[in-house]
Design a binder for this molecule. Structure first.
Ligand code: ATR
Length: 287
């Protein structure tokens, strides 16, 4: 639909943002839903979160996604923050309701929807979670809330420990943690049914790396990687070669976007359209 004087504006704020998949994904969704809406990328530099939220209010921007480096520092400039985002300590979606800005985190629910979509059960299962950064925090709260027995492994152990303490404090569940090393993977993986990578290991351009030795992967393990570029990371490729079920990072990307779309529009997200748009964009980026 060609933009008009009534076109509703949404977008993403972050730095860098020029390689974001979200404009392609959300504009495809708006078009499929027949909405006179548009989604654009706004480069918002570190330290400019307050100015960004003021601009959102002043210009009546309906919705924003928030990415690096603002997911944490934008919080004080919002009028309210929902419980999930508050506990995770990060906002990835803002809804502007008549000048009142409300923050959400759809990474956590998007991660859960991606697993559910692939019939991955987590309740009472041991889940080994690699990474304790922003994405790791969202995945950890999501998994703990759904009854998983969680083991958090991170290169920097202090960060793993802090996340384990935060999640345990919020949920009352005991969370194991340790360093991300071959030894600890060897210790914890045999009892696990799900392995989730939230580190950036394997991400373009260092695509040959994997956070887990291939020989520890096995048929009765589900392996989920939140890295979506490349779509088939070395970890997922090696897991598939050993007969494991895999869930790609594209799924979490699509579902967090679908949930943001629904918060802004109140319309059910055209998930298939969004997935195709991301895959097309990733294909283009790989050329
Ligand atoms: P994001 O918001 O995408 O999670 P982040 O907060 O920078 O990004 O976190 C990146 C994660 O990848 C962290 O868990 C980081 O480990 P540290 O906390 O020890 O830095 C992990 N990571 C990045 N590069 C890594 C590497 N080469 N080996 C192992 N872990 C790595």
């Amino acid at each position: 639909m060609r933009p008009s004087g009534r076109t509703v504006v949404c977008g993403i704020v972050g730095d860098p943002v020029e390689h974001s998949m979200s404009p392609a994904m959300q504009n495809a969704a708006f078009a499929a839903a027949g909405l006179d809406w548009v989604y654009v990328a706004f480069r918002l530099r570190r330290g400019e979160a307050e100015a960004g939220t003021a601009a959102m209010k002043a210009m009546g921007i309906r919705g924003l996604n928030v990415t690096v480096p603002h997911k944490v520092d934008i919080r004080p400039f919002l009028d309210s923050i929902d419980d999930v985002a508050r506990r995770i300590g990060a906002v990835n979606t803002i809804v502007n309701d008549g000048g009142l800005l409300r923050g959400y985190n759809t990474d956590a629910a998007g991660f859960a929807r991606a697993l559910k979509d692939h019939d991955v059960e987590v309740r009472d299962r041991t889940v080994v979670l690699l990474g304790a950064g922003g994405a790791g925090r969202a995945a950890a709260f999501s998994l703990a809330d759904r009854g998983a027995r969680l083991v958090i492994l991170n290169r920097g152990v202090a960060r793993a420990q802090a996340l384990a303490a935060d999640v345990a404090g919020a949920t009352g569940i005991v969370i194991e943690h340790g360093p991300l090393s071959d030894e600890s993977l060897q210790h914890w993986l045999p009892s696990a049914s799900l392995l989730v990578n939230t580190t950036s290991v394997g991400m373009n351009p260092v695509t040959g790396d994997s956070p887990c030795p291939a020989q520890l992967l096995r048929e009765d393990l589900v392996v989920c990687d939140i890295v979506y570029n490349p779509r088939r990371t070395t970890l997922l490729q090696e897991a598939a070669e050993r007969g494991a079920r895999t869930v790609s990072g594209v799924e979490m990307l699509v579902w967090q976007g679908a949930l943001a779309f629904e918060l802004w529009t109140g319309v059910q997200a055209p998930v298939e359209v969004m997935r195709s748009a991301v895959e097309e964009e990733l294909g283009r980026a790989a050329v």
